[in-house]
Ligand binder design. Structure first.
Ligand code: GLN
Ligand code: ZN
Length: 755
């Protein structure tokens, strides 16, 4: 029974990789320093995993920015607009693809399945023929061999999933074209003495058509044909494997299954179809997506059961998916309530759990009795923690009535009332909420947290920022203003810190994209609003201007999806608790005269289950939670929502069901094409077009924005359109934000005049 891992957090214990990347981008460190530093982090990650008992080390899962981008670059899939950079090659080109340049917008960014990790979408020009330009996973294998004397397990993104995640015109042809370079990559590994390769095919837990299955089978047959000693383990995760009876006939030496998220489906499949003799079963037994300690006894029972399908020498113990989605370690999280801390397992603790499971199976549970009872005790203590069950919160949710979920006045009437109240011009301009979080602000917040800066001084600084940006927005000529979110380190963390039932970690960082990390809060108890959350800052901003100020709140689905959430309550129940928090806040904001309120739901789409059959249930609770949050608002209060970096085609009706008056969307990277889907679905409510990419440090060209808007005006009436950036501006520098907004307003005015 081999203990292995599928992937490990890349960012480093002190977020070394983040610091390194950012200093490289700012020109403060050389290419050599970047590479050396990154490889030092990679090596530290390896050593840690070996120390924690990993017997077959994953290598090549590390990345300087994103593993999907690595795969695209490795196979030479460089869109034509980046060709001028191809000569310099190397890192300049790599980061240009990720972050864009003045002349070439970056690759589109999308959520990795239903996680909050973003990958870069590979683009294929129709003529592009993929070729293996560098064997990155083999390089990593050799590094591990050289530095640690370990023969690792290269991790590669499988060709099927890679093509599914790419922007291609003909996926079948693309998949065929991938075969020669993938085959070459594997053969080179074989020649170098690699024994096992983990081929990640998470797309196999999604809906897969019969034609896709056929192409997949052909692909793997081709890839396996020339291999003699190299073995492939086909790794699935984030759910149960689709087409199981076919997958087990593929010419691979092993199959990895997720027994946490896909437990029921995978077990049913094993019962039904059995498992082929001779193959390895990679059993994803500890959770790579959530942070609750594993119930060891239950896991042991499951492993017993699995041994009725595979003998133990062919059973591998592994996490349910890569540990990329967990923070590194609970060590040092001393500010958490002790009972909570004891009930948690991050990446390192997951590996320790695997080792414990192996010992229990190999030597009998008696040897680890103390560890098992400690785990049981911790899980029981969690159940009885303060906040875990607040009767008043439960009762309020239980008493909800149908009318709590609907605004009584229809959108068409609300629109008129709001128009009169807000008095905005056609094609009104606004922003998504946050303005640059400048170094002085971040430094002040850090000092405030350490107790070196008093609350009053800190709040005075926030007010100064709000005032400066209200003046600035007036000068820029924006129509619907925002206060700037300066008080918020993060759109979920800020609220979580003020809500009972949530806990925050000190160092629980998880990579979101590139160098960006988030610290998901831990939602462990019943949640309710014990104090106003945003009223002071929003009303202060409103007091400074005669233009309307839009309040910004985070929506229930995003709260839930961007936190690590308790598993003893249904997602619906938790989402309704969160919705009531927002509902109470909206009521207070309305009382203070705030006329527009935005409920951000950037995670709405990523929460969509990967299989169509599960979607209705999700959409039901997600939509009703949003409605519960907002339906208390009066008809003359304009409810906005915001979503970004998502594919919307299949959920437009659900979005309509939110009954938000305005939705602002990303369009700069995806193009006005996103609108076509809204048009086709007959979407009637207002749409804010995200006309520039907030993640690019290069100011947007007016012409590009005008083109987008003109295209939008061809499909939608001007009365339905707003103009805004594609997301919040907090990561931009002040000058960058100002220039971008100046140009955006100029474009809106130009087009407005031409209406
Ligand atoms: N209001 C948030 C901001 O402006 C929205 C962020 C998001 O969509 N991710 O930063
Ligand atoms: Zn956004």
């Amino acid at each position: 029974m081999l203990v292995t891992n599928l992937g490990y957090p890349r960012i480093g214990r002190q977020r070394e990789l983040k610091r390194l990347l950012e200093s490289y981008w700012e020109g403060r460190c050389s290419t050599a320093e970047l590479i050396d530093g990154a490889q030092a982090t990679e090596e530290a990650n390896w050593r840690r995993q070996l120390k924690l008992g990993i017997e077959l080390l994953p290598v090549g899962d590390f990345s300087l920015y994103d593993h999907v981008l690595d795969t695209a670059v490795m196979f030479g899939l460089i869109p034509a607009r980046f060709k001028p950079l191809s000569q310099n090659g190397g890192l300049d080109l790599y980061f240009a693809l990720a972050r864009g340049t003045e002349d070439a917008p970056a690759l589109a960014m999308r959520k990795w399945f239903d996680t909050n990790y973003h990958y870069l979408v590979p683009e294929w020009d129709p003529e592009t023929q993929p070729v293996l330009s560098r064997n990155l996973p083999l390089d990593a294998f050799r590094r591990a061999q050289r530095r640690l004397g370990t023969a690792g397990k290269p991790v590669v993104l499988g060709p099927f999933t890679f093509v599914k995640l790419s922007r291609v015109t003909n996926w079948q042809r693309a998949l065929e074209a991938m075969v020669p370079p993938y085959a070459q990559m594997l053969q080179e590994m074989e020649a170098a003495g690699v024994e096992w390769v983990q081929v990640d095919e998470p797309a196999l837990v999604c809906d897969v058509t019969a034609a896709e299955l056929k192409a997949l089978t052909a692909t793997y047959t081709e890839l396996a044909r020339p291999l003699k000693n190299l073995k492939l383990i086909l790794q699935t995760y984030f759910g149960s494997a689709n087409w199981f009876s076919h997958l087990i006939t593929l010419p691979v030496a092993g199959i990895g299954l997720d027994f946490v998220r896909g437990r029921r489906g995978n077990l049913a499949n094993l019962e039904h179809y059995g498992f082929p003799p001779g193959k390895v079963l990679g059993a994803g037994i500890v959770d790579g997506r959530n942070v609750w300690r594993t119930n060891i006894e239950e896991a042991l029972r499951l492993l017993e059961k699995l041994q009725s399908f595979v003998p133990r020498e062919r059973l591998w113990l592994q996490p349910s998916c890569s540990l990329l989605h967990l923070p590194l370690s609970t060590a040092g999280e001393d500010s958490l309530p002790p009972a909570l801390r004891e009930a948690l397992a991050f990446a390192d603790e997951r590996l320790a759990e695997l080792r414990l499971l192996k010992r229990a199976l190999a030597e009998g549970t008696g040897v680890v009795a103390a560890e098992i009872s400690a785990a049981n005790r911790a899980l029981r203590a969690l159940e009885t923690m303060d906040h875990r069950r607040i009767p008043a919160v439960r009762a309020r949710v239980a008493a909800l009535k149908e009318e709590d979920f609907s605004r009584p006045t229809p959108f068409s009437e609300r629109k008129e009332l709001q128009k009169r109240r807000l008095g905005l011009p056609p094609l009104p301009t606004t922003t998504i909420g946050s303005f640059p979080q400048t170094p002085d602000l971040r430094a002040a917040r850090a000092r405030f947290r350490r107790g070196e800066l008093g609350r009053q001084e800190y709040q005075a600084l926030i007010r100064e920022k709000i005032a400066a940006w209200i003046r600035l927005q007036e000068r820029l000529g924006l129509d619907l203003l925002v206060h700037g979110e300066f008080e918020r380190s993060d759109m979920v963390e800020y609220f979580a810190a003020r809500l009972p039932g949530f806990a925050l970690t000190t160092n629980g960082w998880v990579q979101s994209y590139g160098s960006r990390c988030v610290k998901p809060p831990i939602l462990y108890g019943d949640v309710w609003r014990s104090q106003p959350l945003t009223v002071a800052e929003t009303t202060y901003a409103q007091s400074l201007t005669s233009k309307p100020v839009k309040a910004i709140l985070t929506g229930p689905v995003t709260f839930l999806k961007w936190s690590f959430v308790r598993e003893d309550l249904s997602e619906q129940e938790v989402a309704y608790q969160l919705a009531l928090v927002i509902r109470d806040e909206i009521r207070d904001l309305e009382r203070e005269g705030i006329a527009a309120i935005q409920i951000d739901e950037p995670a709405f789409r990523e929460g969509l289950p990967l299989r169509a059959r599960d979607r209705e249930r999700y959409l039901y609770w997600a939509v009703t939670a949003f409605r519960l949050a907002t339906a208390g608002a009066g008809p003359e209060t304009q409810i906005h929502t915001h979503m970004c970096y998502s594919e919307f085609g299949d959920i437009i009706h659900a979005i309509e069901g939110l009954d938000a008056d305005v939705i602002s969307l990303e369009a700069a990277r995806s193009g006005a094409g996103v609108l076509a889907a809204f048009r086709e679905a007959g979407y009637r409510r207002d749409i804010g077009l995200g006309v520039f990419d907030v993640h690019s440090p290069h100011p947007p060209e007016e012409e590009a924005m005008a083109r987008l808007l003109r295209e939008a005006l061809r499909v939608f009436a001007a009365e339905q359109l707003w103009v805004n950036p594609d997301c919040g501006l907090k990561t931009r520098r002040e000058e960058e934000a100002v220039t971008a907004l100046e140009r955006m307003v100029a474009v809106a005015r130009r087009l407005r005049a031409a209406l």
